[in-house]
Write a protein that binds this ligand. Structure first.
Ligand code: FDA
Length: 538
């Protein structure tokens, strides 16, 4: 290798210095020009100025951090937005879009901030966050059995507002109450009512979006293609969705819940194996899911074992559930004492791990109980995994990095299998027995440790290859995983490149999403690492 002499080195350093300082200058210019543009666009700038946060503002960090739900993306080394804006009214959003476009800044829209890869608040290019935290109105119409929900509301507050007015209506969305409606509905959204009613996105009947031209559109004015795309295709590719109208669903006055844990020494492997044959075939009123984790045990040589926990929601009383369970899953040995009969809203608290008698007001709390470092991945299973396959998963869990790892397994079938694959962009319907989500959590901000945990997650994903769906190896958009493939950060991304991750999330619906994107945002303004590319950018 030829070693450069001192004068060449000095020249290279000078170039580097010039390039870095011109980048900093260009960032400062764009930032200043963007703010200048806002003052011109808002006839009354004081109406928005208190909701505009720049890094020099004392509240900037706390506003940014408030909705960060994965500490991997909170550290100082992660790029931060030039500006954060928390609009209070939809009319304030078109000028922000206009000024970002004019000044070459990207927009990241954040509702609840639960994106596993932080895409709602991190970007490698200069960017602005539109944080919809102040869009949290919910109005429930009991007569019509519908609700209008703003995107920045949490699903916990939606459940609460429904229960406030009715004990026999519910909504089929996720388990964690702090999830934001904006990301959740636009990516699908499943929870314990999925076998009876499908996804949150399946129940969306209208929406309000602000497009790249700053137009505020509802279902009628946006047209059926765009309305189709935002129900599961990821909102961030298409605009800023400010509100959703949803159909509420009937739930009985009394439902039944249970959670039964079995360790390997208590036959957990055989129970899991058997569960695979029955869970997707059960009556639609009954959902039995599984979580898997490593627990300590004094009865084993390694002082640890695997716990397989069966959690359930049954839309009816114990007396109807017990004979059903005796017939379909007698091996679990469910008895009356394992079951709790309660209201649907208390079942929501139970499934999130609150004490079942907690006041339902805890659902209004936007603060996550614990925020850690995490990596998540998902897989779909279409044929039961043989016993030796399950034992191989347990072996992965015995590794040190899996101390706080978890599998969360959701059974399919029921309503999920009845809805056509192309009804909305979420394609994972008939033919799937269940979905596995694997999560690994850790508590330290240390690049090397993070790397070890993420590698564990990738090893498990690799191990699962022979047991899960292929062509495409399907994944759930709301469990965002950038390992599946990414767009180019700068410049265009071809259809072929984006198909690598796009087909996994959307299968054949990816092509229609590309067509919609090409029409509504041909210049690809709304973009991120996994946004739908317009066609001509190939
Ligand atoms: P966030 O604000 O991070 O947005 C996610 C994506 O949507 C980003 O790309 C963002 O730009 C875009 N976006 C957000 N709001 C938008 C808007 N108004 N207009 C346009 N684009 C918008 N999922 C599930 O189905 N069932 C479950 O039970 C759970 N449980 C769960 C628990 C925990 C602790 C986490 C961290 C996540 C889940 N999820 C889940 C996954 C969750 O559904 C997913 O992360 C959602 O996208 C989160 O939506 P937020 O609005 O909170 O995220």
């Amino acid at each position: 290798m030829k070693i450069p002499n001192i004068s060449t080195l000095s020249f290279i350093l000078l170039l580097l210095f010039i390039s870095l300082s011109s980048r900093a200058a260009s960032a400062a210019d764009k930032h200043r020009d963007f703010l200048e543009c806002l003052t011109q666009q808002f006839k009354n700038y004081s109406s928005i100025s208190s909701n505009v946060y720049t890094p020099t503002n004392s509240s900037y960090s706390s506003v940014l951090r408030f909705s960060i739900q994965n500490l991997r993306f909170a550290s100082d080394s992660v790029p931060k937005p030039q500006v954060i804006i928390t609009p209070e009214h939809e009319s304030q959003i078109p000028p922000i879009i206009y000024c970002a476009k004019e000044n070459g800044l990207q927009i990241r829209t954040r509702s609840g901030g639960h994106d596993y890869e932080g895409l709602s608040y991190v970007s490698q290019v200069l960017f602005v966050i539109i944080d919809l935290i102040k869009f949290s109105e919910i109005s429930v119409d009991i007569g019509e059995k519908t609700a209008w929900v703003e995107s920045g509301a949490t699903i916990g507050s939606l459940y609460y507002r429904i229960a406030e007015k009715s004990g026999i209506l519910g909504f089929p969305a996720g388990v964690c109450p702090t999830i934001g409606v904006g990301g959740h509905f636009s990516g699908g959204g499943y929870g314990t009512l999925m076998r009876k009613y499908g996804l949150a996105a399946d129940q969306v009947i209208d929406a309000k979006i602000i497009d790249v031209n700053g137009r505020i559109l509802d279902r009628r004015s946006m047209g059926e293609d765009l309305f189709w795309a935002i129900r599961g295709g990821g909102g961030a590719s298409f605009g800023v969705i400010v509100a959703w109208k949803v159909q509420l669903v009937d739930v009985p006055k009394r439902v039944t819940v249970f959670r039964i844990g079995r360790t390997l020494e208590q036959n957990a492997t055989q129970l899991f194996h058997r569960w695979q044959y029955i869970a997707s075939e059960l009556d639609k009123d009954l959902l039995i899911g599984i979580t898997v984790s490593k627990v300590s045990s004094t009865q084993t040589r390694k002082n640890q074992t695997i716990n397989v926990s069966f959690y359930s929601l049954f839309l009816g009383g114990i007396d109807r559930l017990l004979p059903m369970m005796r017939e379909s899953f007698p091996e679990l040995g469910l008895v009356r004492e394992d079951c709790i009969e309660t209201s649907w809203i208390q079942s929501v608290l139970f499934h999130f791990g609150f004490p079942i008698e907690s006041p339902k007001e805890v659902l209004l709390n936007r603060t996550q109980r614990s925020v850690t470092y995490l990596k998540g991945k998902s897989n779909y299973v279409q044929k039961p995994i043989p016993v030796h396959g399950l034992q191989g998963i347990w072996r992965q869990f015995y590794e040190a990095e899996a101390a706080a790892a978890q599998l969360i397994i959701a059974p399919y079938g029921g309503r999920m299998a009845e809805i056509s694959e192309s009804a909305i962009p979420f394609p994972h319907r008939a033919g799937n027995l269940y979905k596995i989500q694997h999560l690994v959590f850790w508590a330290e901000e240390d690049a090397e440790r993070s790397h070890r945990y993420i590698s564990w997650s990738r090893r498990l994903y690799k191990y699962l290859t022979p047991f899960v769906s292929t062509c495409p190896r399907a994944a759930y958009l709301n469990y965002r995983d950038l390992d599946l493939g990414v767009n180019n950060i700068v410049g265009n991304t071809s259809y072929a490149q984006a198909s690598i991750w796009g087909k996994k999330y959307f299968n054949n619906n990816f092509d229609r999403l590309v067509r919609v994107k090409t029409i509504v945002d041909p210049d690809n303004f709304f973009r991120n690492e996994q946004s739908i590319p317009p066609l001509h950018s190939t």
